[in-house]
Design a protein around this ligand. Structure first.
Ligand SMILES: Cc1cc2nc3c(=O)[nH]c(=O)nc-3n(C[C@H](O)[C@H](O)[C@H](O)COP(=O)(O)OP(=O)(O)OC[C@H]3O[C@@H](n4cnc5c(N)ncnc54)[C@H](O)[C@@H]3O)c2cc1C
Length: 110
């Protein structure tokens, strides 16, 4: 979340070229030795309000119960639900990744 806010703040004061450089520099630090080209085109938009999946008001299910259910919605079947909607960190990529991690642990004991 703080990462998104940081990028949102940068976007207010930086030009598009500066933003391209920031992103390129971050990608090159993240993937050292990989030849990452400059983007052909880029568009930056910051959504102040954000977004997220939410549960219906009055539901009897907590976010944590949804996580448990999604790991294997049909007991005995190798079917797993993944995505940010199925993790308490809803609205963030991290939630999607952690939900995929839950499925891997559930199905493959990793
Ligand atoms: C405007 C906006 C800004 C965001 N900013 C940030 C941010 O700064 N930082 C951050 O961490 N997160 C941010 N997010 C949230 C992040 O994008 C999501 O949490 C993440 O993409 C969720 O990943 P996911 O795999 O669960 O779902 P998704 O990335 O939504 O993937 C679901 C995929 O399933 C496909 N699909 C849906 N229905 C069907 C169907 N019936 N058949 C076949 N395919 C289907 C969709 O087309 C999509 O490709 C932002 C989201 C939005 C909308």
């Amino acid at each position: 979340m703080y990462c998104a806010v940081k990028w949102g703040e940068l976007f207010k004061i930086k030009s598009k070229d500066d933003m391209d450089q920031e992103i390129l520099g971050a990608l090159r630090r993240l993937f050292p030795g990989v030849d990452i080209p400059k983007p052909l085109e880029s568009i930056y938009v910051y959504w102040e309000e954000g977004y997220r999946h939410i549960q219906r008001a009055g539901t009897h299910l907590s976010a944590f119960k949804v996580v448990d259910w999604a790991k294997r919605p049909f007991p005995g079947r190798d079917l797993f639900m993944v995505g940010e909607a199925y993790h308490p960190l809803r609205g963030w990529i991290e939630g999607a990744l952690l939900s995929a991690h839950n499925a891997l642990r559930e199905g493959w004991n990793k």
